[in-house]
Design a protein around this ligand. Structure first.
Ligand SMILES: C[S@@+](CC[C@H](N)C(=O)[O-])C[C@H]1O[C@@H](n2cnc3c(N)ncnc32)[C@H](O)[C@@H]1O
Length: 100
């Protein structure tokens, strides 16, 4: 079972995006997350995370959104929620904590 493309696209379009938003699809086929990528992502103004479940997200909407594809390791989990938490935890350590 795949997540339907229209549902994902509608959710994606409902997000108010900054011009330089980073859009990431957590997928086992992606490039493995490493420290260099974590520090690069910490500089982003906005990060939008797409998480799959079941057999993943319908490829048609992935082609349309064209996100960067990131994996958290060479194994397959049931959903993208834990990979998203790993990414958020590792990146948030580098986000400037000073309040303005
Ligand atoms: C069972 S997997 C889908 C497997 C599907 N054949 C694929 O390659 O996308 C379900 C979802 O879990 C997430 N996921 C599983 N393993 C992952 C990994 N190692 N890194 C990042 N996300 C992962 C992805 O979001 C994926 O769409």
């Amino acid at each position: 079972m795949l997540i339907k493309p229209d549902v994902v696209y509608k959710a994606y379009n409902s997000i108010e995006k900054s011009n330089d938003a980073k859009v990431i699809y957590l997928t086992p086929q992606g490039k493995t997350l490493n420290q260099k990528k974590v520090e690069e992502l910490a500089k982003a103004k906005q990060i939008i995370l797409l998480c799959g479940h079941y057999e993943g997200i319908d490829q048609r909407v992935i082609d349309k959104i064209n996100p960067e594809e990131i994996s958290i390791g060479d194994y397959v989990l049931t959903g993208g929620e834990i990979p998203a938490m790993v990414l958020i935890d590792s990146v948030s350590r580098y986000v400037d904590r000073s309040f303005k």
